[in-house]
Design a protein around this ligand. Sequence first.
Ligand code: DX5
Ligand code: ZN
Length: 213
Amino acid sequence: MPRIKIAPSILSADLSEVNKEIKEVEKYADLIHVDIMDGIFVPPTTVDAEFVKTIKTKVPLDAHLMVHEPSLSYLKSFIDAGAYSITIHEEACKNPAKQLEFIRRSKIKSAVSIKPKTPLEKIKKYLGMVDMVLVMTVEPGWAGQKFISEAMQKVRELRKLKPNLDIEVDGGINPYTARIAFDEGANVFVAGTSIFGKKDRVAAIKEIMDALK
Ligand code: DX5
Ligand code: ZN
């Protein structure tokens, strides 16, 4: 299995002081997860590429686009803003291959995500063009929801199919659920509330890491 990566999600951080918030977790984070919501694919609206540009960190930025039919120029704005990886949603795109190929050609990491009710079948044809698959463990749109364990079946099947692929889980991840997902084959763990919801963020990350030992 590929290396374990912890990706604090800044959705639960104080975005008016995002660089200060990131500084706190920087040493212990493998990725910084940035949730982009468009108000169409999911009801809320969050940050845009202009905001991403203001993030100053050496930690790679993992942009999770909950965006309906992102255009190639829209994707480019995140690449120019410094994204290390871009995740698009299978359900949001008519032909996800178009976006995935563009991301790949731009020499950054590409990923596709599926919501809890979307079967793995839907993305099997894209597995050759992605560096990572994000299996959502809550309905996308909000932090602080409960982990949906039914998604674990997809993680298990995907790990069997792709022993070296990065498999990311996002939603309701805490030390306990991270361990469940890890045992099924996930290796990239997004956590918002269970890190930024705590006073001591470093201790919160360490708790997740300890649960994966
Ligand atoms: C939800 C977002 C998540 C969110 C997770 O749609 O994709 O990244 O920040 O938050 P928690 O960890 O609180 O479930
Ligand atoms: Zn996310």
